[in-house]
Design a protein. Structure first.
Length: 500
């Protein structure tokens, strides 16, 4: 306990430095803004901002990117409640009850519930990250190469199983991502593979062109296809204070939402959206006031908003302790760390204590900032919706091109970004989710490294993956997940749940 307190004190010393405090504030502001604006989201924004992190220290860069991620969960609730317009996917559920509360004259109460629930859940989840991080790190240090390979394979399987749409398409995207990650020069033999004689590919395909093209520019093109949704705030926000009854009714949903979000955030392929949906469905089953759902039940705001923020925080646990990204945003975080020359994994606690504990402490600071800047600035955030998208996207594209080019001062990276933006656009049209591809792209090279190490240590005996208990257990869980999704009844149930 004393060690944990000492580490947290060190982390706060890092987090409240002028530079890192400014990075947390900037991330929180950007995250809130992109949460308010529909159709952008944290994945696209972080992918677009990756080039500017090249000139930052690793700690400052990750603190800013993390602020964008959990800040988007806050911002998405504002327009979901006031305008019935979810800025973030995880805020779709909030529209169901939040907008009805606004129509009933309780918009202020809904916004306060969302903010306080998010703050509480984020704080509790940050405690979990701080407490579980060192413990899981010690467990991970006992893993051998075979165990790590099986763990990463399980992560890819779960990411495929939990992806929206066809599981076959999701597995196909994972395979494509792994294949793209293997392009370049073999570290052990020095042979080039899949480069097709192109010198620029000898170091492999850059992470930034893939992420920015698949998620950033492709998303911009898709937004241009859709008619702009411009809404005018027709309801008054009203008092931000909760009545005693509303406060009492919110306590249990906030607690349940925090638990649901904390668990689902750790799972590969889970995250804020799945946590918000899960919490809402739980409240509809468990709440004493479930007869009010559909007419502005405050439980339908408190639970999902707590769940999505808890999930946003705990999704850092597998990243920081195991080096495994649990969703697309965490895959982008891995890319940001790799750009800085840092390999995430169990040794990061010892090798990068400033980054590890500084990031955890910054989550507390960032959540407090979000609580302060969200409620008093509601009018400003809603006014962002008045800016026409046609004025925003040209500057975004110019900024992207300059950022990609500046990484290596090579126009080839710009061409690669364009290529992957076309590919991302086509994937969206074919209903093939891009997140499994990005996770496969990040994990592919690491999986290959651990596979080859395991085979070298076992002298070519593939049974080593089944002889080690940890590896065999992880492979068994992965096989069970694939088998479960292959059963027609379960597959039908998953598709029905996703459609709902």
């Amino acid at each position: 306990m004393e060690t944990l307190i000492g580490n947290l004190a060190h982390g706060f010393g890092v987090a409240i430095s002028f530079t890192n405090l400014g990075a947390a504030l900037l991330g929180a502001l950007i995250g809130t803004a992109i949460g308010v604006l529909p159709g952008i989201g944290p994945v696209a924004t972080i992918s677009l901002l990756l080039p500017i992190t090249f000139g930052m220290s690793a700690t400052t860069a990750i603190i800013m990117l993390a602020g964008i991620f959990y800040g988007a969960q806050y911002g998405g609730s504002t327009t979901a409640i006031l305008l019935n317009l979810p800025g973030e996917v995880s805020s779709v559920v909030t529209t169901l009850e939040g907008y009805k509360m606004a129509r009933n004259g309780r918009a202020g109460a809904a916004l306060t519930t969302a903010a306080l629930g998010s703050f509480f859940a984020g704080t509790v989840a940050t405690v979990l990250v701080a407490a579980s991080g060192p413990l899981l790190t010690q467990v991970a240090l006992s893993f051998g190469p075979a165990d790590y390979f099986s763990l990463m394979l399980l992560g890819l399987i779960i990411a495929s199983v939990l992806a929206q749409g066809s599981i076959v398409k999701a597995i196909g995207m994972v395979v494509v991502g792994v294949a793209l990650g293997l392009v370049g020069t073999d570290v052990q033999t020095g042979q080039q593979r899949f480069t097709f004689g192109i010198p620029e590919l000898s170091d492999g395909i850059g992470f930034v062109p893939v992420a920015m093209g698949m998620f950033g520019i492709a998303e911009i093109v898709l937004n241009l296809e859709r008619p702009e949704a411009r809404s005018v705030l027709s309801t008054k926000v009203g008092s931000l204070y909760l009545t005693r009854e509303e406060f009492k009714r919110s306590i249990a949903p906030v607690l349940r939402g925090t638990v649901v979000g904390s668990v689902l955030g750790i799972l590969p392929g889970g995250g804020a959206s799945l946590a918000a949906f899960g919490s809402y469905m739980m409240e509809r089953k468990l709440s004493r006031y479930r007869h009010q759902f559909g007419n502005g039940a405050i439980e339908g705001v408190a639970g999902p908003e707590s769940a999505n923020n808890a999930a946003a925080q705990t999704s850092f646990i597998p990243l920081l302790t195991l080096g495994i990204p649990s969703n697309a945003v965490m895959a982008l975080m891995v890319g940001a760390l790799i750009i800085q020359g840092i390999q995430p994994g169990p040794r990061m606690v010892e090798a990068q204590p400033d980054l590890f504990w500084g990031l955890i402490a910054s989550m507390w600071v960032g959540n407090l900032m979000l609580l302060v800047i969200n409620l008093p600035m509601i009018g400003m955030w809603v006014s962002l919706l008045k800016v026409p998208y046609k004025y925003m996207y040209p500057s975004i594209l110019v900024f992207c091109s300059i950022g990609v080019y500046s990484l290596n001062n090579n126009v080839f990276d710009v061409y690669m970004t364009i290529l992957f933006s076309v590919f991302g656009y086509l994937c969206n049209k074919l209903r093939m989710e891009a997140a499994p591809l990005l996770i496969g792209f990040v994990l592919g090279p690491m999986m290959e490294e651990h596979l080859r190490r395991a085979m070298l240590l076992s002298r070519g005996d593939a049974m080593v993956f089944l002889q080690r208990p940890i590896s065999a257990t992880l492979l068994g869980i992965g096989a069970a997940a694939l088998l479960a999704m292959a059963l027609p009844s379960l597959r039908k149930g998953k598709n029905a749940a996703m459609a709902e």
